[in-house]
Write a protein that binds this ligand. Sequence first.
Ligand code: GP9
Ligand code: MN
Length: 424
Amino acid sequence: DSDDNTEILNYTKSNFAEPNEDFFGAAEGMNVVYLHLESFQTFLIDYELNGEEVTPFLNSLTGDQNTLYFDNFFHQTAQGKTSDAEFMLENSLFGLPKGSAFITKSQNTYQAAPAILKDKGYTSAVFHGNNGTFWNRSEIYKSFGYDYFFDIESYENLTPEDMAEYGVMDKPFFEQSGEILETLPEPFYTKLLTVSHHFPYHINPDLTTIGKATTGDPSVDNYFQTARYADEAIEQFFTQLEESGLADNTMVVLYGDHYGISDNHNNAMEQILSKEITPVENADLQRVPLFIHVPGMEGGIDHTYGGQIDLLPTVLHMMGVETEDYVQFGADLLSEDHEEIVTFRNGDYVTPEIYSIGEKYYNPETGLLIEDAQLEQAEKFQQQSNYELELSDQLVNGDLLRFYTPNGFTPIVPSDYSYQSSQV
Ligand code: GP9
Ligand code: MN
């Protein structure tokens, strides 16, 4: 009821981080393209396998003058995997501790990015070369206010070679998605969900341009080949944006959705990284890349600790959209007020100085348990983490946004949306 909302609003208002003037509005009026990088972990960036870069294009983006690259950005997903990542970046709400909110909470009221931006004149679309019903997307996207959802039905003339286990291979997927993108009314807010770099990382050998790793653990060994393919596909998409003329007026946000190599593969990963995988190292491996490319913006490498929950306020502020009236659990990564604490769904957290893992507190530099002097601080962070998860769960489980409409926000009527047609 409204009392619950008061407590939640008090929290999210106190957590609000003022926009950074240097970036607020840097992408105002531009199109937005999210590239959802399936199973992409940060350790791939600048990693060399047998002396060869695995992801040369993404590596070059870390030094691009119009791109911000965040090297301390973490996934915060749980059982909902891809859908948890999407849920966080559209709403700045946490996914659920068990199952997927996409499946169990699709009928809730949301104030998601497509809806917020609709009020600013944006058209929204998702592209995904898999069945629309996977993760219940074709339902929850209506509650988010997505105008279009292009699923497998929208992709044509596919040969068996164009198909991966979870849908269209990234190269044909980007090629055809890019063509549809060019027909959308501008400005648009869109998300392209890749699939070919997905566990267990099978790929037709004819499509590979780098060898496998040689740990003897097949999914780890294959991981580099599908990552290389994805990197080439992303470069191809950037070229396509240039050629269509969209690049000059489009913000591109690339993010890894969750780990690709689970801790079941730590023996092989020790060989890959040439170090022991301690609890701290395992937490470090939950980093996923985040790139924000905005034409004309001054880029660089940003070491801020943050997570997927922080993406929405960051992106909205860059688009010149105020967020203070929205219920968002993340905070703008570029803000001076951004607090560097990343809460994981299992109750662990990381900060630059303290990692909380399985109810123990570690010093991330040494990998050892923290000194007593830091205990009070560690417990304070823990309480804060627990509290934000608790409030987010209360909101999602109670469907509490029904009772709160931000100033100037037009509520979404899901029955207004249907995704039958593959044409704009
Ligand atoms: C399926 C794809 C994969 O459509 O998004 O989902 P995941 O298995 O990574 O959660
Ligand atoms: Mn995924």
